[in-house]
Design a protein around this ligand. Structure first.
Ligand code: SAM
Length: 313
């Protein structure tokens, strides 16, 4: 199955023209498999020993200690290792590992993951916090909520408190409570399209991306309310659509811009792009230029990230 025509048309307008064909090809081939060590249960040295015993060739990811790449052909064998069953590793795309790195929670902080299931980023946040402090994880969808709980348990997370609730209600319930907030927003998941998996694209439409934008705006307002003055909020999506990225951020800055700044994001690879300055009739707040759009390769998925800071009163 090929990519939706309307999606290709929009990509023409979003990504750099000279990279468009290379980017579109990344949706065709299976990606390299990446995973990271769960530092709550193991260490890079221990995991590498287990990979060698299992005879799984791996490559270290230069910019992230404890993260690895293997061929898709070896994925099944990886999932049959004791390390996998014992929750000593977590299979995750590199783009998803970048988000906790940028939010950079510290031990003993209060942290909120506002759209948490299945929990890949929550697990990494817990590891970075060394299972200390307070980590709230919110997920309203029942089935996904229980998957999140199982993942946290398997991976030895003890500082997380899980809530089956709508993220839009959290800001009013917990005003100015958190030092750091991760908002990995529900989105149209365009970066997860795979032409060999038609289901990955079957629910997509431009209309849906625009509808999701409304939910993302409400979630951003809720996250703003829940953030302590001086606290940091990371907004991210796995969508390319400006309606789901620049536009909800512009909406937030229009309402609370006097209390917010954006912070530059430095990434250790080249396949990135600055956010758009405008889309259709919308001209975006200049502060959004500090965000980044990760462009997909054979290893990393497309992603959009913006780091905001709430000013001290
Ligand atoms: N952060 C997760 C991870 O790394 O594993 C992935 C999160 S996924 C992109 C977005 C999640 O938001 C989905 O699990 C979805 O069910 C959830 N969601 C949908 N509506 C929501 C809402 N109103 N409030 C909070 N979460 C919501």
């Amino acid at each position: 199955m090929s990519l939706p025509e309307a999606f290709i048309e929009r990509m023409h307008q979003i990504v750099p023209r000279e990279q468009l064909q290379t980017i579109l090809k990344t949706f065709d081939a299976p990606k390299q498999v990446t995973f990271r060590v769960n530092t709550l249960k193991s260490s890079p040295i221990e995991l590498e020993k287990e990979l060698m015993v299992a005879n799984i060739p791996y490559e270290r990811i230069a910019w992230l200690e404890g993260a690895y790449r293997i061929s898709p052909d070896d994925k099944l064998r990886l999932t049959q290792t004791d390390a996998f069953y014992g929750g000593k590793l977590y299979i995750q795309n590199l783009a998803s590992m970048v988000a906790p790195l940028i939010l950079a929670p510290l031990p003993e902080e209060t942290v909120l993951d506002l759209a948490a299931a299945p929990g890949g980023k929550t697990l990494m946040l817990a590891g970075m916090m060394q299972n200390t402090g307070w980590l709230s994880a919110v997920e309203p969808t029942r089935e996904r909520f229980f998957r999140l709980r199982t993942n946290l348990e398997n991976q030895g997370v003890t500082n997380a408190h899980t809530y089956m609730t709508d993220g839009r209600s959290v800001g009013k319930k917990c005003p100015e409570m958190f030092d750091r907030i991760m908002l990995d927003a529900p989105c149209s998941s365009e970066a997860r399209f795979k032409t060999h998996e038609p289901k990955s694209m079957s629910f997509w439409s431009v209309h849906k991306a625009k509808e999701t934008s409304k939910l993302q705006r409400r979630l951003l307002l809720s996250a703003y309310d829940a953030l302590k003055p001086g606290g940091k909020l990371l907004y991210c999506t796995c969508s390319f659509s400006p309606e789901e990225n620049e536009s909800p951020l512009h909406y937030l800055l229009e309402r609370h811009g006097e209390n917010l700044s954006t912070l530059p994001i430095l990434l250790p690879f080249e396949n990135i792009q600055k956010p758009l300055a405008r889309w259709g009739k919308e001209i975006f707040d200049n502060r959004i230029q500090n965000a980044v759009r990760i462009l997909p390769t054979d290893t990393i998925d497309g992603f959009f990230l913006c780091l905001l800071e709430k000013k001290l009163c």
